[in-house]
Design a protein around this ligand. Structure first.
Ligand code: NAI
Length: 716
């Protein structure tokens, strides 16, 4: 079926409308690109055309970019190079058209969509809230390979272009206009009319007014960029920043920087050739393939509802309530309010309620500073949060999230009382990080409307929520909470009830094992540094400080009761808590803190059992901490705590920041070879004890060689 239609207006203006009828969004795949090429050949020879607009036939989506399934398939650099060259050629046909071409961007315009627009003479963006423009290729481990690294710097200058290419950031219409990427912002309701007005002006003055504006807005090369010395400074600064940010583990942004640097001053054709070659090299790397898999898995989450009853929509939540206005309650209230959901917050007294406002205001002020919201939106959002010390307003809430102290008895008493105050449909969700959802449910009459909804701290930053399904929780409740979590901008995974659920059950033993390494004489900084180098966002000991040593100790105790000899002991934690070293919040933990600065603290040594320093290879250090997580994850799959290997990988990436370029915990284990993991666990078992014994669940997976059913759709 044809994806492009050409409409001709009376005055010689043609409309090229992109609408892949069978797809929700427009993407560029091989068939679409071939058809586009043919249509452009046809247009080029049509002497009746004076100008052309390129529009999307979708209501609020422009072009989502290249079809990622095609990126996934390529395993040969020559094929990657060829695909890049073919795409470049098609877009060059747009640039070569004998009349002016305007891209009318309404809705998301990603990757190839942006590169196609860059090949046009002019770009317009609508003010539709969904309009955003980006080159997100580096987030998939590749570079813009259809001319993006060449045309963008030529249009808006090197520095601004790098800021877009190296980060993959999305620009809304106004920002795209300010950066020079688009020439005008137009109202989306009248996009066609306004675009026609725009092109009529262009035809009148040959685009002189627009070109003058581009020049005046400084879109053309700045002083620094004009001379080689200035450019050298710019590139070396960008490289330094990238190395700091990616720790050298993500080749794509560095490669993109290199392509831009090397091709400055060269012809467009030479630049495109270099771009395509680098694209070919990157597209086959494991980093690219891992990032693509994460992309697919995140997309799959967008399409599901967390149950096997896939048709279930669940209720739409427009009002919510939060019980407990502490760190988490305040964060959750802010999240609801930011997504236009009115939120009542109850605590035991007004002072406590005020803390939720403070917490919400603090996060929102950050958004104002970063210009994510305006001061007016700041006030509007804060107004959606209202405080109370009784249950007024709870009847009409679609969901109440309980976020009071982590104590089973207290929580059970409170939710039993809460149930009498809420509506017939209201879902009660607990944000507990470690208590059993099935135990808590015993306090309730309506277990079907009770569920665990575990946000991570800080709520506004952490992308994961664990949805804990109790044995009595209904599908309807799961679907409602799953869809709500997505509406809140989070990635949900559904897990079954069990100590620590999924993420903490894997993470806490890893953290405690780091302490056991410390006690055996491995240097604290070596441990943290090695794990950061491996790809964790911070080392395990720094993580203790961030979480709070008292909080982590509490969860560790619960897990220890459950796991017994599978988990190391951690006497250091108690000693540190007694001494008031609670982590960052108390200014001291494994490190010392001065404001936001983290410093080494020689005093920490006195809490560690004095023993001589020992050294361990980096690989062994990493394996000793990571492989027990793999072993435990196998158990979680076997016990049905996690539904799938994909959920474990997503959970660890979005809940703990586990190295995305490694594809997640289980994908990483598979890349090491499960038999090798088994051998290593057995060696550790021999040297350090039974906590490393490979579980029978793990042995089953090792036998198969994979956690993923190779034939299942999960791998796609
Ligand atoms: P917090 O101590 O900061 O806040 C608890 C709030 O609940 C306090 O304001 C307290 O006054 C209030 N409260 C106590 N009893 C109440 C009652 N009967 N009615 C209304 N309010 C009451 O605690 P935080 O850290 O916010 O934790 C809350 C829950 O979230 C706990 O279950 C915790 O395990 C969980 N959680 C905490 C995380 C963290 O990193 N802090 C991460 C994920 C979950």
């Amino acid at each position: 079926m044809s994806a492009f239609t050409i409409e001709k207006m009376a005055d010689g203006i043609a409309l090229l409308i992109f609408d892949s009828k069978e797809e929700k969004v427009n993407t560029f795949n091989l068939t679409v690109m071939t058809e586009l090429g043919e249509k452009l050949d046809q247009l080029r020879t049509d002497s009746s055309i004076k100008a052309m607009l390129i529009l999307s036939g979708k209501e609020d989506a422009f072009i989502a970019g290249a079809d990622v399934r095609e990126i996934e398939k390529i395993t040969d650099p020559a094929e990657g190079y060829r695909v890049a060259r073919e795409g470049q050629k098609v877009f060059q046909k747009i640039a070569d058209l004998p009349f002016p071409v305007v891209s009318v961007i309404n809705g998301a315009c990603m990757g190839g969509g942006t590169e196609m627009s860059l090949a046009c003479d002019y770009r317009l963006a609508t003010d539709h809230p969904k309009t955003s423009i980006a080159l997100p290729e580096v987030t998939l481990g590749i570079i813009p390979g259809w001319g993006g690294t060449q045309r963008l710097p030529r249009l808006i200058g090197i520095q601004r272009a790098l800021d877009i290419i190296l980060t993959g950031k999305r620009l809304d219409a106004v920002r795209a206009y300010k950066s020079g990427l688009v020439d005008k912002v137009i109202p989306w309701q009248w996009q066609k009319e306004k675009a026609l007005e725009f092109i009529t002006e262009i035809l009148k003055d040959s685009g002189e007014a627009v070109k003058a504006r581009r020049k005046a807005s400084g879109a053309l090369p700045f002083l620094l960029e004009k001379n080689p010395a200035g450019r050298a400074v710019l590139f070396s600064q960008a490289k330094k920043m990238l190395l700091e940010k990616t720790k050298g583990q993500y080749p794509a942004p560095l490669a993109a920087l290199d392509v831009v640097r090397k091709t400055i001053g060269k012809s467009l054709e030479a630049g495109l050739e270099t771009e395509a070659k680098v694209m070919g090299d990157l597209i086959i790397t494991p980093v690219c393939k891992n990032l693509v898999q994460i992309f697919f898995r995140s997309e799959a989450v967008k399409k599901e509802n967390g149950t096997t009853n896939t048709a279930l929509k669940g209720q739409k939540i427009s009002k919510a309530a939060v019980l407990g206005a502490g760190v988490m309650g305040g964060g959750i209230a802010q999240l609801f309010a930011s997504k236009q959901i009115d939120c009542r917050v109850k605590d035991i007294n007004n002072e406590a309620v005020a803390k939720a406002y403070q917490q919400a205001a603090y996060v929102l002020q950050g958004d104002v500073k970063r210009r994510k919201i305006t001061p007016v939106e700041f006030r509007q959002t804060l107004h959606r949060i209202t405080g109370t010390t009784d249950y007024s307003g709870f009847k009409s809430a679609g969901i109440v999230v309980e976020a009071i102290v982590e104590n089973l008895k207290v929580k059970m008493d409170v939710i039993a009382e809460l149930e009498k105050q809420v509506g017939q449909q209201t879902i009660i969700a607990s944000n507990t990080s470690s208590l059993s959802i099935n135990e808590m449910a015993k306090a309730l009459q309506h277990k079907d409307r009770f569920i665990g909804l575990h946000f991570f701290n800080p709520v506004h930053r952490m992308p994961l929520v664990e949805i804990i399904r109790g044995s009595g929780t209904s599908d309807e409740t799961v679907a409602t909470v799953f869809n709500l979590s997505k509406a809140l901008g989070k990635t949900p995974i559904v897990v079954n009830d069990g100590p620590g659920f999924l993420v903490n059950r894997l993470l806490v033993p890893y953290m405690v094992e780091a302490i056991s390494l410390l006690e055996s004489g491995v240097d604290l900084h070596t441990i943290d540094r090695t794990l950061v180098k491996f790809g964790m966002p911070m080392g395990p000991l720094e993580l203790f400080d961030e979480v709070g040593i008292d909080v982590a100790h509490k969860v560790a105790k619960i897990l220890h009761d459950f796991m017994g000899s599978r988990m190391a002991e951690s006497p250091i934690l108690e000693r540190m808590i007694t001494a008031g070293r609670l982590g960052k919040k108390s200014g001291k933990g494994f490190y010392r803190y001065e404001g936001h600065k983290k410093l080494a603290d020689p005093e920490t040594a006195s809490f560690i059992k004095p023993s001589e320093k020992i050294s361990i290879s980096e690989t062994d250090l990493v394996h000793r901490l990571i492989f027990p997580m793999v072993n435990e994850a196998a158990r979680c799959l076997d016990e049905n705590i996690a539904r799938s290997a994909a959920d474990v990988d997503l959970g660890m990436i979005f809940g703990t920041g586990f190295a995305p370029f490694r594809g997640g915990l289980l994908t990483y284990a598979e890349s090491e070879g499960l038999k090798n993991v088994q051998k290593k666990l057995q060696e550790f078992e021999h040297n350090y004890g039974v906590r490393f014994t490979p579980s029978s669940a793990f042995l089953k997976f090792a036998e198969k060689g994979s956690f993923y059913e190779k034939s299942s759709k999960e791998k796609k």
